[in-house]
Design a protein around this ligand. Structure first.
Ligand code: 5AD
Ligand code: SF4
Length: 480
């Protein structure tokens, strides 16, 4: 999954979603989110649906009447984290027996009503396409029943749900543009938990982005499991139906490049990001649009998973090592300053030591700014679980992963060192964690920059000259 929308922010795992609401007397909901950015964005939809129905949100577990955990299934470890967290609610439920506990998201979809058998304290199980049903499900529990809705939809994009935002920095926000995934990578559970791919009406996307800009936001990130395959053709529907359209209907359709251009045109002062891209679908047309607009950030998250063509084929990724390198060459040709990051899996079924070396040599070829790196974790019911043996010994997986991590750390530091002495436009997001006399923001390339506050504030664009760095952060001073 290019779960990047799937970009997993470790620091944010388990954080609570709170929205401003008028319903001060309403029952209080506490929502905790795990996994990819899509889940965090969905929690805002859930909060919006519940607030509309008279509930209010809280950051305080102790005062909650309902607890929702938005869950992730991408790897075994993600599921274990959620189960541990659920068990930690036992005391809260003992103290307040009427407390309702609900699981949302990918684990809810994967386990369905089995969840109710396995985790006795759970009352509600809701899949990612059934959030509009939440008020009814809560009522069922009020009546003493348990409640489950895990129906996946071919149309639901929550296009009309007006955006509510995490008590965020007020500078950057996420906007979902597609839901689901049709790629069927053999290792991945996402096509089963999030269903078929659908694109959201571009009008609603543009309205949401414009509205954010008018409210003072300076950056939007367009989210989808595979943003490059965004395709709107006049109605919410499955992408595979596109081929049955008339030529006239096809001419009215909108692809990802066209959508991106429209969002970029809202204002040169609105930065646009996107996640996640798929190497088989990222087009020259899109890269040219990206190069044309300064406010489209020069950063691409382009997971490669493995550097070996046989392994890629076994993963059903739809590209070869050479194809991927060709995409990288094109990116570097049209945007020499573009940062690239990746997702990498170590020890997929039958991967040999030589094949693993090709993953390392791909890293050398690209020199990623940053990577998310994982050991292969077999997921129930995926094609890999059914057809292949998870046969790389744990010790080998660990060794390969540590080699990948060591190489990435080396590259991240080298790249950051190459930025020293250069000047970047930084969008300020927050005060620095370590020192309140400093501000933190990001460059177009998505690298974090920390610099002395002086007269600047959150939301400003500041030109900063870099004079030092670590592997993760650039340090510098504002240039007047
Ligand atoms: N095991 C390990 N990593 C996985 N990912 C997805 N499924 C698995 C799995 N079964 C990784 C991929 C994907 C990212 C979101 O998570 O690298 O791009
Ligand atoms: Fe990403 Fe592939 Fe999973 Fe789709 S199936 S979410 S493309 S890893």
């Amino acid at each position: 999954m290019e779960s990047g929308n799937k970009v997993i922010d470790e620091a944010a795992q388990g954080s609570a979603t709170v929205v401003e609401s008028e319903n001060k007397d309403g029952r209080k909901v506490y929502i905790e989110s795990y996994g990819c950015q899509m889940n965090f964005s969905d929690s805002e939809i859930v909060a919006s649906i519940l607030v509309k129905d008279g509930f209010s949100t809280t950051k305080n577990l102790e005062e909650a009447d309902l607890v929702f955990v938005n869950t992730c299934s991408i790897r075994e470890k993600a599921e274990q984290t959620v189960r541990q967290r659920l068990r930690s609610f036992q005391n809260a439920k003992k103290n307040k027996p009427e407390l309702q506990i609900g699981v949302l998201g990918c684990m809810a979809e994967r386990l369905k009503s089995k969840f109710l058998e396995e985790e006795k304290l759970v009352d509600i199980v809701v899949g990612p396409d059934a959030y509009r049903d939440l008020p009814n499900l809560v009522k069922q529990v009020d009546e003493g029943k348990k409640a489950v809705n895990v129906i996946l939809s071919k149309e639901e994009t929550y296009a009309d749900i007006s955006p509510v935002r995490l008590s965020s920095n007020g500078v950057s926000a996420f906007v979902s543009i597609t839901r689901g995934c049709d790629n069927m990578c053999t290792f991945c559970v996402v096509p089963f938990t999030r269903g078929r791919e659908r694109s959201r009406d571009p009008e609603t996307i543009l309205n949401e982005a414009r509205d954010l800009f008018n409210k003072g936001y300076k950056e939007v990130t367009l989210l989808g499991q595979n943003v490059d395959s965004y395709l709107w053709y006049g109605k919410e529907g499955l992408k595979k139906d596109y081929k049955n359209l008339s030529d006239e209907e096809k001419a009215r359709s909108m692809n990802f490049g066209q959508l991106m251009e429209q969002v970029a045109l809202i204002s040169p002062k609105l930065r646009v990001r996107f996640s996640t891209s798929h190497p088989k679908d990222i087009t020259d047309e899109f890269l040219d649009i990206m190069a044309k607009y300064d406010n489209i950030c020069k950063y691409i998250h382009l997971p490669f998973q493995s550097g070996n063509t046989r392994v890629l084929e076994k993963m059903n990724r739809g590209y070869t090592r050479e194809w991927y390198m060709g995409r990288i060459d094109k990116i570097k040709a049209v945007m020499p300053d573009c940062a690239i990051s990746a997702d990498i899996i170590a020890g997929f079924c039958s991967e040999t030591e030589e094949e693993h070396k090709e993953t390392l040599s791909m890293m050398e070829y690209v020199k990623y700014d940053f990577s998310y790196m994982f050991k292969y974790s077999e997921r129930p019911n995926t094609a890999a679980a059914k057809k292949f043996e998870d046969d790389v010994p744990e010790a080998d997986k660990s060794k390969r992963l540590s080699e990948i991590i060591a190489l990435q750390n080396k590259h991240s530091l080298e790249i950051n060192q190459s930025y020293v002495g250069k000047t970047f436009e930084v969008l300020v997001e927050k005060p620095s964690k370590r020192n309140d006399q400093e501000l933190a923001g990001r460059t177009s390339q998505n690298t974090v920059v920390v610099f002395p506050k002086e007269e600047y504030k959150v939301g400003d664009y500041v030109t900063v000259k870099i004079d030092n760095c670590t592997g993760g952060t650039l340090l510098g001073k504002a240039v007047k």
